[in-house]
Structure formats: C-alpha cells, structure tokens
Write a protein that binds this ligand. Structure first.
Ligand code: AMP
Ligand code: GLY
Length: 423
C-alpha cells in the first residue's frame, strides 16, 4: 500500500516512524515533512491545504491511504474533497469530514454539541458583536477567573483567562469589536472556569465503533511550574497516573460513548482520531475541548506505546471494521520533552545547526521544526524536536529523556526541566 501523511511536525514524524514499521506499507510519503520524516519516508513539497496539488500527487503515486495530521485541511474539507471526486473517492482518508471537523473549527458548535448530548462540560454562552451588552451582564454573573474563547481556529491562542472583571470586559471588546483574532473572534464563547488537573483522551473511530488509545498529559506553558505563555506543548507523558480504571470508565461512559453516539445521531460522519481535552474536577471528568486530530506532542508518547500495526488499524477504520481489532498497548510508560528555539512562543531565530542527534541511543528523537540543509539538520520552527523515552515508570522515562538531551545542542536551545512535576 502507498501511503501519504500530511503535516510537518513531531506528530507526523511519529506517524511516519510507526507506519514505516508496518509490512502493509510499501511506499511512504510525507508532505511537506521535516528532517525526521526524511529518514523513514520520502518528503514531498506540497501544501496541506492545496487539495488539487494533493490530488495530482496521490493519483501519480497510486496512493491508497492519506493520514491527515493537522486540523486545517480537515476543517477546510479535505475528506469531502476526496469523497466528491470520482478518481479519489475510494482512497482511505484518516480524518473526519468537514461537518464533524467543526467540533474543532468552532467552539460554539462544540459547546452546543456537548450540551445537546448531555456530556459534562463547563457552563457557557456564546456572543457576537450584537449581543455584547448581554455578554457583559453574563460576565458580571460569573465568578472569576473569566474564560473567553474565540470561536474559530486561532493557532492555539484563542483562549484567554482573566482574573478580574474589568480586564475580561476589555478583552471581550477587543475580541468582538476589534477582531483581535480576526474572524475567529466574531463569536466568543464565555464559560465557567473549571479548577482541576487536565489530561487528554484519544479515540480512534470508524463512525460506528471506537477504540480508546492510551491517555496522555501535556505541558502547554513555556515556563517551569506551568507559568508564562501558552505553547503548542512542551512535553508529555503517557499513561496519566491519576486516570485509573474507575476514572477511565467514567470517561468512556459519560464522554466517549455519548460523543460517538452523538456524531451518529447528528449525521456527522467520522473516520479518524478524536482528541478529547479533559479536566478532572473532583472525581468528575469534564470536556474542555474537542480536537479532530491527534495532539502534538502527545502523539510522540501515545504511538510509541501502541504495539498494534497502525496501518492495519487505519484499514479497519476505513472499512468500518474497528470492532474486529484488539489493541495491544505497551505496559511501559513513555515521556517526551520538547526542545524549542530560544524566544519561542514569541520571536525566535532559525537555521541553527542541531548537533548530537546520532549519539542518542536510549531515546527516540522525533523531529518537529527541523529541516535538512545540505547534510546538516537545522532548526526551522519554534518547537524543534521531541525526545521520547520509555521507562518502567513515567519518572524513569522522563529521566532518560533528560539524559539524552544532555547530548543534544543548538544555539539558544530551551526546554522545560520539570515535565511531570505536578503528578
Ligand atoms: P483550549 O484551546 O480550549 O484547549 O483551551 C486552552 C487551555 O485553556 C486549556 O488547555 C485549559 O488549560 C484552559 N481552559 C479552557 N477552558 C477552561 C475552563 N473552562 N476552565 C479552566 N481552564 C480552561
Ligand atoms: N498538545 C496540544 C495539541 O496538540 O493541541
């Protein structure tokens, strides 16, 4: 089988690393890929949102399966594009159609879905510029801190949490009236603040059946002790120690099963990954958000723990036979630590040579914002590489990643030294 992965991050390197191990895969391509994917697959210079270019490539290389890494092409309807094209309609696409991808593309849509299907989540209301006066009144009736969310995709920056009412009103005005996040903040969701510890639950579904993959916890803030600006993710561990059987059973019964049933009832076809961002409030899991893709860097700890052949799993998704598969999960823990460019998530320099990669033997190096320049690997993004290790416990795994990182270097390299600190 010839397979194409769309995307260029650590997540896509992890997909490529895993798929390259499958006997079912003949030729593997990643578009656009990075220096890591180039070691296990062929990189192709295509944009993930130029569907007609992707079509030409897919037909030329006789691709029969496409795995969509990031949300953008899904929210823009790549799966529908394939289904509506006579030459492409039988190609397996891993990722939901546009209607279901709206669960990530619009927070107001996701909240309405959660509400309709009685899935536990924070109380909320959504507002636009015509209802800003009502939004102020709604804020006045909430307790601080105040959670404001731009409805649309805002590159992970659209959630703002503020401690006082005055700042919350100022921010709301900037979002609704001054287009702080462009059209993404034409609608704003205001919700109740939930106090608890976060975790991520990953589900693979064929629309009828589902499999729950290992849980993970990521560390989003740039600074140690979860301080400073939000990032795409600075590290992750799997499994999540506090997600025991009793808690997982609540997640499955109260959240996963009703979500899959809700998708069916609302006629939202779904073949792909669903990433459910959760928060544990007391003993109760509540949904913070849906993403219609895998997480990054969570993929870099979830896939290494999956012993099952990923291509076989994706084939079952495409054929809606996921019920015939039993997942085989590695009992060991996995941890990953992200190396980032100094300055990230604000301005940072690029094209710094990364040295020491070939000396790493006890960890897996997943490249993210890294590219080949002549024969050298240089930085090309904020999040540069994820260093993943296994361990009998998550502490062992983290320790191994930090030992490996000692051998890696680039100018202004930064990483958090406290991954797992809160567990
Ligand atoms: P989101 O983009 O929806 O994942 O939100 C980004 C982050 O904001 C989450 O990972 C949480 O840390 C935080 N957050 C979002 N909604 C809430 C909420 N209702 N209560 C507390 N924290 C929240
Ligand atoms: N690590 C969070 C995300 O992928 O959205």
């Amino acid at each position: 089988m010839n397979i194409l992965i769309l995307g260029s991050g650590g997540r896509e390197h992890a997909f490529a690393w895993k798929i390259a191990q499958s006997p079912l895969c003949n030729n593997l391509f990643v578009a656009p890929g990075n220096s890591g994917t180039a070691t296990v697959a062929e990189n192709v210079n295509l944009s993930v949102t130029h569907f007609s270019d992707i079509k030409t490539f897919v037909l030329d290389k006789k691709i029969t399966m496409v795995i969509v890494g990031p949300e953008d092409p899904l929210v823009q309807g790549i799966h529908d594009y394939f289904l509506n094209d006579e030459a492409l309609k039988n190609i397996a696409i891993i990722g939901p159609q546009k209607a279901a991808a709206t669960l990530e593309g619009s927070k107001a849509f996701a909240k309405a879905f959660l509400h309709k299907h009685n899935i536990p989540t924070a109380a909320y209301q959504s507002f636009n510029k015509d209802t800003i006066a009502e939004a102020y009144v709604f804020l006045e009736h909430l307790n601080p801190p105040y959670v404001l969310k731009a409805d649309g995709l805002a590159a992970g920056k659209g959630v703002v949490i503020l401690d006082n009412l005055h700042d919350a009103k100022t921010e709301l005005k900037a979002m609704l009236l001054n287009s702080k996040f462009g059209t993404a903040s034409d609608t704003v969701v205001i919700e109740e603040f939930l106090d608890g510890i976060e975790l991520s639950c990953f589900v693979l579904t064929d629309g009828n059946n589902y499999k729950i993959l290992p849980t993970a916890k990521d560390y989003k803030r740039i600074g140690e002790g979860d301080t400073g600006l939000n990032t795409g993710g600075m590290g992750a561990i799997s499994p999540v120690p506090f997600a025991d059987d009793a808690f997982m059973s609540k997640i499955e019964q109260q959240i996963v099963a009703p979500t899959i049933k809700g998708l069916q009832n609302d006629n939202l076809p779904y073949k792909g990954f669903l990433f459910i961002g959760l928060i544990k409030v007391g003993d109760q899991p509540k949904v913070i958000e849906y993403n219609v893709r895998m997480g990054d860097p969570e993929t870099e700890v979830v896939l290494p723990r999956l012993n099952t052949d990923l291509v076989q799993l994706f084939k079952a998704v495409a054929e809606q036979k996921l019920d015939t598969i039993t997942l085989d999960i590695d009992k060991r823990a996995a941890a990953t630590v992200m190396l980032v460019s100094g300055g990230y998530p604000e301005a940072y320099e690029k094209e710094k040579e990364i040295v020491g990669i070939e000396t790493i033997s006890k960890s897996i190096v997943f490249h993210a914002g890294a590219k080949l320049q002549n024969t050298k690997v240089v930085t090309s993004g904020g999040r540069v590489m994820a260093i993943t290790s296994y361990g009998d416990t998550y502490q062992d795994a983290i320790k191994k990643s930090y030992q490996s990182i000692e051998k890696l270097k680039f100018d202004k390299m930064y990483y958090r030294k406290d991954i797992g600190f809160d567990l």
